[in-house]
Write a new protein. Sequence first.
Length: 423
Amino acid sequence: MPLYWEKLNGWTAITDTFITLYANQPGAFWLDREHHPTNRHSIIGIGVPTTELPNLEEQAADLPFNFRPGVIGAFHYSQEPGDISVRSLLKVDRALVYDHDSKVIYFVAQVPSRQEFDEWHRAALLRIALTGGGMAAHELSFPAATVAELVADDEKNLYIEKIKLAQQSIAKGDAYQLCLTTRLRGEYTGDPLSFFLRLRKQHPAPYSSFLRVGEKTIVSISPELFISVHGDRVLSSPIKGTRKRSSDAKQDIELMNQLGQDPKERAENLMIVDLIRNDLSVVCQAGSVTVDSLLAVRSYSTVHQLVSDVSGKLREDQTSLDAFKALFPGGSMTGAPKASAMKILAELESSPRDIYSGALGYVCANGDMELAMVIRTAVFENQQVTIGIGGGITADSQPASEHEEIQLKALALADVLGARVRW
């Protein structure tokens, strides 16, 4: 099917456009990349629910951005390595792409005819022009999503006991590292969109997202890239290691340095880097898998985190979907070795992870993809909100400190929801 695109040499705030065109639509999505350090192309639009991945095909169009129509949504965490769940996906044949650096808006669609593209393009332009901007002032018209109380599936003492059980598995040699998780749940009132609009302002992140998929609304401020594939290059950027930020500049730098030098955090990150290198070696050319950045401290609104970048070049007989399956679920959210870690965690954890620890973003019809790790994410469904949290456990972990870390990870979302947390 042909691919069409046009550039609008004008600018309206992305919040204005999203509220004008899509805010209350089923299937609305907003992949927010305004705060991405290098690839500041946000994508907004609406799609229709699907359970199928795109049929990969060559697309000759040379576009000034990476996105092409395909699917957008969340892939749920699975109980088996390489098992990809397609329950929360949208088929997308048209979208607006915001280039935040150049202040340009692109209209892109894969539709049967130029006439269909032109009709959609003109209708969208007219609606944007009629609003004249300023719709962001109407954010307050969306009732604020609030939660009185979030309750942990595992109260503090139980979670600490599970950490000790995880360490027993590590001591027996069944795993080197385990990412133990739990969930917070509460009843909410209001519109999740208001939560996202406040969250993206107060806690900007490189892979923020808002999606309405079926009965679910997903709000994420993920800092972590699970996988990107562009052409034959595959990249994964695992995060392992967290420190709370300080409002005092000197102390904040000290906390950064502590994180970068912490032997436990470094060892944990290195284990996951090694796991990802092994996963990529299955689908990449021999000798092409490299660690582009190792143990870099990167700072976000509330935390410093330890991040590494691992990349490789796909073999000619492998596709981007093969790379996705080789990496999924992400090693930073399972532990190592992956298959053994996942079995142990399935026995320890009180409830299914669902979307948490999965992947969220886009898969294009030409095979390119960009998927964030589903962390720092709230799922709204049937008046209940669910937030997954977790942390890596090693033989050297201090159980009380590990519980403090998951409290820190829950802080940003809970605060914006106005919720107290019962641990």
